[in-house]
Design a binder for this molecule. Structure first.
Ligand SMILES: NC(=O)c1ccc[n+]([C@@H]2O[C@H](COP(=O)([O-])OP(=O)(O)OC[C@H]3O[C@@H](n4cnc5c(N)ncnc54)[C@H](OP(=O)(O)O)[C@@H]3O)[C@@H](O)[C@H]2O)c1
Length: 252
């Protein structure tokens, strides 16, 4: 089997995994964070889990990108920078910002996420640096401009919203409060909304099937979790703001 065939098969696998994941998450909440529970086998620290789960997004992407024929093309370099800015933070900075004393993540969840991020980093890096072919003129194409704008906007929303959550706890605390401010005025999970905007932006900026596959997967993964978080907030906090939606202001 040639590499383009393998690459294409993996892209379609990620694309199909999205709806399967959404279906499962509507029935079973992913057992980490507030929805963590016993019965999922051995566990590792939440911080280590984040680093392990996300490290392929940085390292596999870096190596695969470096092996690509177009690695020095200006457009590929800009796309590389967008991806790495997000994932260097998520892998090596975010895990040290969370206040997760004593919190554990099931090993099986970390392993599944590791396999996913490995494949996802490969399909996207290989496309950007090798199978895709972006002229420098792509940098002024409306699809690239709109996609990059959405990506940056999403990153700002994601970082701001995560920061509001992380400040709710003092060092050593692990409880939950009702988040206020920023986009929490309208939705329970603006961090997920920001993340979704980022990867929809990536899909548009790369105008590629690997990018689309990851955007679809992100929506399928985070929309059900936003719904689960939202219902959890409503149940746990009777005073929870009634007008607040789960993920999309005024809609859902
Ligand atoms: N691309 C993807 O498919 C994908 C998948 C998953 C996550 N992510 C991103 O990874 C980041 C973290 O995801 P997550 O699922 O862990 O998000 P989360 O459930 O919103 O939690 C984020 C952090 O804030 C804490 N926290 C949340 N709500 C809180 C509250 N009401 N009071 C006090 N502390 C609170 C959590 O603690 P606990 O852990 O103790 O609950 C956790 O440390 C997000 O930016 C998300 O977009 C992306």
């Amino acid at each position: 089997m040639t590499e383009p065939v393998v690459h294409s098969a993996l892209v379609w696998a990620v694309l199909l995994l999205g709806p399967v994941t959404a279906g499962l998450l509507l029935v079973i909440s992913a057992p980490y964070g507030r929805h963590g529970r016993a019965g999922w086998g051995p566990t590792i620290s939440a911080r280590l889990a984040w680093i392990a789960m996300e490290s392929p997004s940085v390292l596999v992407f870096l190596v695969v990108y470096w092996l690509g024929d177009h690695r020095a093309a200006p457009t590929a370099v800009v796309l590389f920078a967008l991806w790495q800015v997000h994932y260097v933070h998520r892998t090596f900075i975010y895990p040290f910002r969370i206040r997760s004393a004593g919190k554990r993540t099931p090993l099986v969840i970390a392993l599944l996420a590791f396999v996913f991020t490995f494949v996802n980093a490969y399909i996207n890096a290989r496309w950007v640096a090798h199978f895709g072919s972006y002229e420098t003129g792509w940098l002024s194409d409306p699809r690239f401009l709109l996609g990059s704008l959405l990506f940056v906007l999403g990153m700002v929303v994601n970082l701001q919203s995560d920061t509001i959550l992380l400040r709710l706890r003092k060092p050593g605390q692990t409880g939950y409060q009702v988040p206020m401010g920023g986009l929490y005025r309208w939705v329970s999970c603006p961090n997920y909304l920001g993340e979704i905007l980022e990867w929809v932006g990536w899909a548009i900026a790369t105008w590629s099937l690997p990018g689309l596959a990851f955007a679809v997967y992100t929506v399928c993964n985070l929309a059900p979790r936003a719904r689960t978080h939202h219902l959890w907030y409503r149940e746990k906090f009777p005073e929870y703001p009634q007008e607040r939606k789960a993920l999309i202001p005024f809609v859902f």
